[in-house]
Design a protein around this ligand. Structure first.
Ligand code: SF4
Length: 491
């Protein structure tokens, strides 16, 4: 059966479906305000207003790293039985497919190409519609995700007019423009939130598919945010003495896990920037707690919060703490981090990683995150500031480099340009995304997991100084291909 019902049509949709407004010349170079204005005029105003509320901007409101749409693309590509299609300029799609395969995507990225004519006549929308119909084979997929990049969003390509469902396959159309979603971390939430909203409506209408593995007998805690696979296991061990179990991690790896995620006792916003997902959980009546069980203080506070929202008795809470905290303390003491550090990143897990570093003994001076301050990051911010750490939300690359110059750390952990800047100053640098956020952080496994890497990097400073001396002047100024004056003509 084909349910050819549009997602959420509005009175103004028909003309736009027939012919998107002619803004095909727009791209990154057009500037944020021009793109925003075009998108508002072509019908994306409501979506952009919601993004502005969910992902508040300022002082840093533009991505300074990868295209934000990568976050949504990654979430789609990591889900079983899900087809993901991009609608955008070929250069954007090239970059996004490149980075998704660099990060190990194991399936194809769909692409519906366009040119000026198909964009302005509305043919692009018809092409997307056709591709969605072609992909919606219930034998192969549970869902088809279509992601509008900058130009189709600004041009008003109305994905909300796509069928909501084709032959039982869910169709999810989302706008993820760089001028409306500040970071790729927040773009993960755009898709996760859209899927949760869809799944919640399904669950409200009747029975839904059971999870692949048997459900836990105990009430569960859903975890919000991508994390190292060992972390949910660690958290499960902490919850057991409380009479609770760990639930699915959102973004999920399969559609049916969304129902299990919604059917929980509480939600742990391990990554605090999942505003749209949190809204869906709150609409489903689920309490949400912030922070994460990192280090001794973090784990004790987090267990207190879980016990409070789940009405767990003081006896059980004491038993859980007695089972976990001494082991975490021993692991932290056994792997101290020695040195002054600045830390920054754009994953949304910077504050909890920072807590772990402080509890490991590091002299941490600064934490910058490209994500926004939210109610769910408040406890981590307060704790870090109470330890004398400067915390900056929506930090720019310039903020991160300025902090490095101010605090003169033994190690700068950050994004690629920050690490580059550190190395050019003979300061050892480590990339946050690959070397810190892709490690266990929770419980006893997290305590000590990063110490060896960080201490080894700190110990490398002499090599950096030696290299800087050796390469001094190479690639700088005129030797970097930049000539301050025009060469004199010879002849
Ligand atoms: S889709 Fe991404 S790469 Fe393309 S213009 Fe927008 S922000 Fe830039």
């Amino acid at each position: 059966m084909t349910l050819d019902t549009p997602n959420t049509p509005t009175a103004n949709d028909a003309p736009r479906a027939a012919g998107a407004v002619g803004v095909d010349g727009l791209g990154c170079h057009a500037g944020r305000e021009v793109m925003l204005e075009a998108a508002r005029k072509t019908g994306a105003g409501e979506t952009l207003a919601r993004y502005a509320k969910d992902y508040p901007a300022g002082p840093h409101d533009q991505p300074q790293s990868m295209c934000p749409a990568f976050g949504s693309l990654r979430v789609g590509l990591r889900m079983r039985r899900t087809a993901t299609v991009l609608s955008g300029s070929a250069c954007c799609v090239y970059g996004l497919t490149f980075i998704s395969h660099f990060y190990g995507a194991r399936r194809s990225v769909g692409y519906v190409p366009f040119d000026s004519e198909t964009l302005v006549t509305g043919k692009l929308f018809e092409d997307i519609r056709e591709s969605v119909h072609n992909l919606a084979d219930p034998e192969k997929v549970d869902a088809v995700v279509v992601i509008n990049l900058c130009v189709p969003t600004a041009s008003g390509v109305p994905l909300r007019l796509l069928p909501r469902e084709i032959n039982g396959v869910r169709i999810i159309g989302i706008d993820v423009p760089g001028f409306g979603v500040p970071t790729h971390a927040e773009a993960k939430d755009v898709l996760a939130g859209a899927m949760l909203a869809y799944a919640r409506q399904e669950a409200e209408q009747g029975p839904v598919q059971a999870p692949r593995s048997p459900r836990a007998q105990e009430p569960t805690i859903t975890l919000l945010g991508e994390m190292f696979p060992v972390d949910p296991i660690q958290i499960g061990g902490m919850l057991k003495p409380l009479g609770l179990a760990v639930g699915p991690v959102v973004p999920t790896r399969e559609w049916r896990e969304l129902y299990g995620a919604l059917d929980c006792a509480a939600v742990a916003a391990i990554h605090p920037h999942y505003a749209a997902s949190i809204r869906e959980f709150q609409n489903a009546g689920r309490p949400v707690i912030g922070s994460a069980p990192v280090g001794v203080d973090g784990t004790a506070d987090w267990l207190d919060e879980v016990a409070k929202v789940c009405n767990v008795s003081a006896d059980k809470l004491d038993a859980a703490k007695a089972a976990m905290l001494p082991a975490i303390r021993a692991a932290l003491d056994g792997a101290p981090i020695k040195g002054r550090i600045t830390l920054s990143g754009y994953e949304g897990s910077e504050l909890i990683a920072a807590r772990l570093l402080v509890e490991s003994g590091a002299d941490l001076r600064y934490v910058g995150t490209a994500t926004a301050r939210t109610p769910w990051s408040e406890r981590d911010r307060e704790w870090l500031e109470s330890k004398g750490v400067e915390v900056r939300f929506r930090a720019t690359m310039e903020d991160d480099i300025a902090a490095m110059d101010e605090y003169q750390p033994d190690l700068a952990i950050g994004t690629t340009p920050v690490v580059q800047a550190a190395k050019s100053r003979s300061i050892p640098g480590l990339y946050f995304t690959n070397l810190i956020s892709a490690r266990p952080l929770m419980g006893a496994a997290g305590a000590g997991s990063v110490a060896a890497t960080l201490n080894a990097a700190i110990g490398n400073r002499a090599r950096f100084t030696e290299m800087k001396d050796f390469f001094s002047g190479v690639g700088e100024g005129a030797t970097g291909g930049i000539w301050p004056t025009t060469k004199r003509e010879v002849g």
